[in-house]
Design a binder for this molecule. Sequence first.
Ligand code: HEM
Length: 125
Amino acid sequence: MQEEKITRENIRKFVMQFYAKIIKDDIVGPFFIAKLGKDMKSDMWQEHLEVIVVFWTSLAFGNPRYTGQLFLPHTRLGDVKRETFEQWLKLFGETLDRIYVPKVSALFKERAALIAGNFMRNLGL
Ligand code: HEM
């Protein structure tokens, strides 16, 4: 059954499922593998996944726990294109739709699309 309420636990579940898709994806996967390696059980990956859980939890609950530098790592991705961001958003949306009811899913999609739009604009894509 799809979730109607956002909780820390279902955000964690969402992030894990999203990244399981990401790492297997031919368009987006290589950018993550180049930075973090292939082994999602490594300390580097675990740290990244934790940051991502905190990031989405902060946005969902409007609390300021996420204090990272959101834009910076995305300026060092190498040959990233609009297509890469579009694929990221597609995988993000597909994962959301499996976990949340459409109303909740739409909230996250909207936030992600805004941020991805800012990244692309700032990167001149
Ligand atoms: C083309 C699409 C994207 C690619 C390839 C990508 C890749 C990456 C990589 C490689 C890192 C750095 C990992 C590290 O060095 O620890 C990162 C960090 C991060 N990304 Fe993305 N990303 C993409 C889009 C997005 C979007 C659209 C969002 C948000 C809506 C996002 C949110 C984050 C956050 C929160 C971090 C952690 C930053 C920190 O260290 O505080 N990313 N991303």
